[in-house]
Design a protein around this ligand. Sequence first.
Ligand code: 2P0
Length: 343
Amino acid sequence: MQITRRQVVRELIGNNIVPQQDSATAFASSNIALCKYWGKRDVELNLPVTSSLSISMSHLGASSKISIAEDKQDQIFLNTQYMSPNTIFYRRLVAFLDLFRPTQDTVFKIDTKTNIPVGAGLASSACGFAATVKALDKLFDWNLSPQQQSVLARIGSGSACRSIYDGFVLWQAGYKENGMDSYAQRLDYTWDELRVGVLLVDERQKSITSSDAMQATVETCPFYKTWPEIVEHAINNTQHAIDTKDFWLLGATAEANALAMHALMLSTTPSIIYTQAATLDYMHLVWRARAEGLGVFFTQDAGPNLKILFLSKDEPRVRAFFMDMEIVAPFSMVTEVIGCDYV
Ligand code: 2P0
């Protein structure tokens, strides 16, 4: 029998939904999967077919301020702009908030601020839901462990469970029906020299959501059955690369895994193609740079933008190839984030 989101929430927090303060704010970093989550074994609970491994993006992310409002319906603001109840963003967030209303008449106000483009395959929903879970934890004074917060965030959006943490993060697929063993954990490694560059191709909202795209892939891609083995192999290689600081293995594995995910989408019916002409141009530029001996690799999510991986020593040369790009040092000390204190 299908276990509902509400049942999972009750198991975690009981009936503990009495606000302990007027408002609460929290920040969560965006995360980039090096080994991708693509496909659900349970759509209601966002339980994945495979494990996945990501890196959090330091100060790039979202803050979420949540308060109880005196209004008729939830008020949601994104970067100070009022969100219409017709938007997907509004509906997904309200469906999530429904799980935490002290009474049926309780209305929330959410003020989300983000410093990354929304809906362009840069994991904006991941950090948005993770920040909201952290803020709810403060508002209701639950004191949930990061692991429990990760389960709640997953219910909002699968990859959000990884945005609860900094650094390298492993989301274990788990096997239980209620998903209590499907949460992310931080891997105890740092890699100070690692850099992630964001190559923006198109910041517009994508035409098909990740949820719909992955479901179509699971249902119609004739090669989907090869995916679990591909990801398992990639996760093993990535963990080994992190352990031995083998950057070329890390980069080559991430790039191959992203291309494999997009190959699945290409062979889905109807085909799903997030790649644009400019995306391909950037891929060729990465390959050209590598042919010249530069250690640079790309990864691509459910959108046309690319993230490139390289080491700090190569930053000047990488910059010469990709001039217009934001660079993140995932393991740098973060002292300031958008919208609130960094906690
Ligand atoms: C990932 N993506 O591992 C993969 C790779 C995009 C490409 O997780 O339906 O917004 O909320 O569970 O997490 C984006 O999908 O999907 C995603 P839901 P989500 O980062």
